[in-house]
Design a protein around this ligand. Structure first.
Ligand SMILES: [Mg+2]
Length: 332
């Protein structure tokens, strides 16, 4: 059995109790989004939800209301991107404490509905409430498949190459700046890191392209760090994986403010990049056809036979198990 951490264990309990019970459900609990097949519809609908709590997921001192709105929808849209879906609609439930101004509300909703945050999804409803303990935001987003081509976390096979889009650990480097009291970023790389932390952009275009390409076996988005998320994809696919440390796409500039870029890339989380597996025989086809305007991709590792373990390979050293140090809400 794969070792399950707190959050994973609760999801497993829910999966056991509320596993698929209707033919209309293509995918229920346990993936980036649920996939349902409405009657007489040509396409699947995809449904995902995410919650952001003040003090847990964000601090008001570190973020503007516009940035908060932007990130709140982007993290939901990222789950749709992870399955190759087109974002269509979303609802927002918001609980606010006293002291929140009308201007705050206006800016928050502006951030929620920007082209780069909502990626075309339209706000169609929600709920408002009062909170005694900080701001609470809950968003549900609805997406639509194209040609019913959807990518799941399952489907990876031994021998598949593992790719990620973009750079990992940049958002965590931005969070580190905030945590160490950096109010005004100075250098270009500091600004870049802070931006990655507050204004993450879902990889919708890449996700759609990859799903339509027919070259990809499985995909997910990286929200909790590769050390947490890759074991999830491996477990869903019934395989293990090996990643090469020298191939992990790090943000080296964070060394300048005393971060370890590799640690942040492995365990930092909130990168919202895509992680996907492609059979070795399709490597050339993928790399030749992948649009040059999208974030660059290079193989970072490989799926191997096993039961959900992720191994780290470093040249000249024995391979070792990657510990799951990424983000888990239920680890103290
Ligand atoms: Mg996800």
């Amino acid at each position: 059995m794969t070792k399950l951490t707190g959050e994973n264990r609760i999801v497993q309990f829910l999966l056991d109790r509320y596993g698929i019970k209707s033919p209309a459900i293509r995918k229920g609990i346990g993936d980036d989004a649920a996939v349902i097949q409405p009657r007489n519809a040509d396409e699947y609908m995809l449904l995902t939800t995410d919650m952001l709590l003040e003090g847990i997921d964000f601090r008001q001192e570190w973020t503007t209301p516009r940035q908060l709105g932007f990130k709140s929808i982007a993290v939901n849209i990222s789950d749709l991107a992870a399955m190759g879906a087109r974002p269509r609609f979303f609802t927002v439930s918001l609980a606010i404490p006293s002291g929140i101004t009308e201007r705050w509300i206006r800016e928050f909703y502006s951030g929620l509905t920007e082209p780069n945050s909502a990626k075309g999804a339209l706000l169609i409803g929600g709920d408002l409430s009062y909170s005694k303990n900080g701001i609470m935001i809950s968003i549900t987003a609805l997406g639509e498949s194209t040609n019913r081509r959807v990518l799941y976390r399952s489907g990876g096979r031994p021998g598949d190459l593992l790719y990620v889009t973009g750079i990992l650990g940049k958002s965590a480097a931005g969070l580190n700046l905030r945590e160490t009291g950096c109010i005004r970023p100075r250098s270009r790389s500091q600004k870049e890191a802070i931006r990655a932390h507050h204004l993450p952009e879902a990889r919708c275009e890449a996700g759609k392209w990859l799903a339509q390409s027919g070259l990809v076996h499985c995909m997910m988005d990286l929200s909790d760090g590769i050390s947490m998320d890759l074991p999830r994809m491996c477990a869903a696919s019934g395989v293990s994986a090996e990643i090469r440390l020298d191939k992990i796409p790090i943000f080296p500039e964070s060394r300048m403010w005393n971060c370890d870029p590799l640690e942040l890339a492995l365990h930092g989380g909130e990168d919202y990049e895509l992680l996907f597996a492609v059979p070795k025989t399709k490597r050339q086809l993928l790399e030749m056809n992948y649009p040059s305007g999208f974030t660059k991709i290079t193989p970072r590792g490989e799926m191997i036979r096993g039961e959900g373990t992720v191994w780290v390979v470093e040249s000249g050293k024995r391979r070792r198990r990657l510990s799951e140090l990424g983000y888990d809400h239920f680890r103290s």
